[in-house]
Design a protein around this ligand. Structure first.
Ligand SMILES: [Zn+2]
Length: 70
């Protein structure tokens, strides 16, 4: 058996504003090993991404810097 992971999964955050289509893909130290890290990286980059769960969650939508509501 010589099974290996040929390509790591890529996680991107996409703006939920209709017609925008902007996507954020973490790079470097933030290489997207999982979706949660990708969201943290997007937040640092100016994206408006609510926490995935919990009291701080304001909406289920994500927004690129151009559409951020904060
Ligand atoms: Zn947008």
């Amino acid at each position: 058996m010589s099974t290996y992971e040929a390509q790591r999964p890529i996680h991107r955050v996409r703006c939920d504003v209709g017609g925008c289509g902007a996507e954020f893909e973490p790079t470097g130290d933030w290489y997207p090993r999982d979706g949660h890290l990708a969201r943290q990286a997007a937040a640092k980059a100016g994206w408006d991404v609510p926490p995935p769960r919990g009291k701080g969650s304001r909406s289920p939508y994500d927004f690129c810097p151009d559409h951020a509501r904060r």
